[in-house]
Design a protein around this ligand. Structure first.
Ligand code: ADP
Length: 495
């Protein structure tokens, strides 16, 4: 080899890329300093050896045949072309390199000159970038949010698994299609607004709207859209993250309705305090009326009762009404006053009396015929009197309301002694019966068919009766209407 040519020697010595020369049998003739660094061999270790020692298997074994094939067929796989291959260092480690091979002739012999560019660093950058890409891709794929990319014309370019689950389209079905496929018709206008924002370089953050699934179903979503830029900073596309917030919306709606119910309860509580106060206020004038009517009766009697019987009768009736109003007010006050639960031994008929007086206020004017059948000497019960009244008042008011739209309005209230085991109270109406949409949820809270109803009356009543060891149930009346029953066990004598 022309080692004495100083320019050539300098070139070989200083070239950053490795330079090697092999002959047509694959024997190394020149091995530059850069090659020594790359392969960790001294030139003296390799010159005169087969170049395949610098290659990992399986290339090492196959290399001689590569040379022979080239020599016989002239078919070049690497010569004059160059490609990425792997080299093997002295310690056995393998590294990526770019090898370009040129062919020449020296003293009538064919030689091959290989230039070796180390790709280790490039590969590690590439690997890091690939790892980052894979990491990002795994985030996109494992996300519970739909992540979708689209062009600035609104054409979908990528679609992750969550998008598939959320919207029901497979990536193969929807990539290349307009994103407006996901828009309900009345929301289409949003897309042009979104695109205008994107073109202006702005994003859209947590925008709550509605989108459409493949099956036509609508879902509540929160959408975040960011512009995607190319290397020069130009906006070329957009990424969309879409979160299904249907459950959250439903929970919010439930919460809202609970809040409404609660504020209604609060209003009722306030009302009950007001009515207690009103009851107290009215008691005084009623007592005064009673006193005055008594005085008037005495005066009429002392003057000439025979000449003024009509006046006497009228004043008496006025007095009776004042007594009645006073009783209603007393019951109402007992009923609505806030109190601790308090159980005593009671007679169901007396409780029912009070409950009927309260529950049927206004029933006469509603044209309801009432039939009351009380048990003879029912067994005593150990109850919270007001709570049992509350149950009865609720059943009675429900019955009155149910019959308001019916022709036949008959209400039967009975108390029945159950062979010493306790008492049963029955409230039967001739209303329309329980609405089919209520089904078996009758005693569940917040089930109501009334515009202003709270749907808690029966739920509370059931809790009250069960806490007294009894049972509350319903069966249809014949030929129409509803019969509610409840039982209360007899006081055991221990109380
Ligand atoms: P609310 O009266 O506030 O609706 P309730 O728990 O007392 O609450 O009653 C729940 C529902 O049960 C009512 O809305 C009504 O549809 C039905 N219901 C109760 N009692 C009767 C009845 N006697 N006849 C027909 N439906 C009734």
């Amino acid at each position: 080899m022309p080692g004495d040519d100083s320019l050539f020697t300098t070139l070989i010595a200083t070239a950053v890329d490795g330079i090697t020369v092999i002959d047509e049998r694959g024997i190394i003739r020149v091995f530059s300093q850069a090659c020594e660094r790359l392969f960790q061999y001294a030139a003296s270790d390799v010159v005169g050896q087969n170049v395949n020692m610098l290659m990992p298997e399986p290339y090492r074994e196959a290399h001689d045949s590569y040379i022979n094939r080239y020599k016989t067929t002239g078919e070049a796989r690497i010569i004059g072309i160059g490609r990425e291959v792997h080299g093997q260092r002295k310690d056995g480690s393998v590294f990526p390199m770019y090898l370009s091979v040129g062919e020449g002739r020296l003293n009538g012999n064919r030689i091959f000159v290989g230039i070796i560019h180390d790709l280790t660093e490039l590969y590690s950058v590439r690997e890091a970038r690939d790892a980052e890409k894979a990491f990002l891709a795994s985030i996109v794929e494992s996300s519970n949010d739909a992540i979708v990319a689209k062009t600035l014309d609104g054409v979908i370019t990528s679609w992750n698994d969550a998008a598939e689950r959320m919207f029901g389209y497979k990536a193969s079905e929807i990539v290349g299609k307009p994103i407006t496929l996901l828009f309900p018709p009345d929301r289409l206008v949003e897309e042009s607004e979104i695109l205008a924002k994107l073109r202006a370089g702005e994003g859209v953050h947590h925008y709550e709207t509605i989108r459409k699934r493949k099956d036509g179903g609508l879902i509540d979503v929160s959408v975040t859209i960011s512009p995607m830029r190319d290397a020069s900073g130009r906006i070329v596309a957009a990424s969309k993250t879409i979160r299904d917030i249907t459950d959250r919306k439903a929970a919010e709606a439930r919460l809202q309705s609970l809040q409404n119910e609660l504020s209604h309860v609060a209003r009722l509580t306030e009302m009950s305090q007001v009515s207690a106060a009103i009851a107290h206020e009215l008691n005084q004038p009623l007592t005064a009326i009673l006193n005055y009517t008594n005085v008037a009766k005495r005066l009429i009697a002392s003057v000439n009762p025979a000449s003024t019987p009509k006046a006497y009768e009228a004043v008496s009736k006025a007095g009776d009404q004042a007594v009645r109003a006073g009783q209603i007010i007393r019951r109402l006050r007992d009923f609505v006053e806030k109190r601790e639960s308090n159980r005593t031994v009671e007679d169901i008929n007396l409780i029912a009396d009070d409950a009927i007086a309260l529950g049927l206020i206004g029933a006469k004017s509603a044209n309801i015929r009432t039939c009351i059948k009380f048990a003879d000497r029912p067994p005593p019960i150990y109850v919270d009197r007001v709570q049992i009244q509350q149950v009865m008042v609720n059943l009675l008011r429900n019955a009155v309301e149910a019959m308001s739209t019916c022709q036949r309005r008959e209400l039967t209230i009975s108390t029945v002694a159950m062979d010493g085991a306790g008492v049963e109270v029955v409230v039967a109406d001739t209303g329309p019966g329980i609405a089919p949409e209520i089904g078996d949820r009758l005693f569940k809270p917040f089930v109501t068919t009334k515009a202003g109803g709270m749907g808690i009356g029966l739920a509370i009543s059931q809790t009250i009766i069960e806490s007294h060891g009894g049972r509350l149930w319903m069966n249809p009346n014949s030929p129409g209407g509803t019969v509610f029953h409840f039982t209360i066990p007899a006081a055991t004598g221990l109380e």
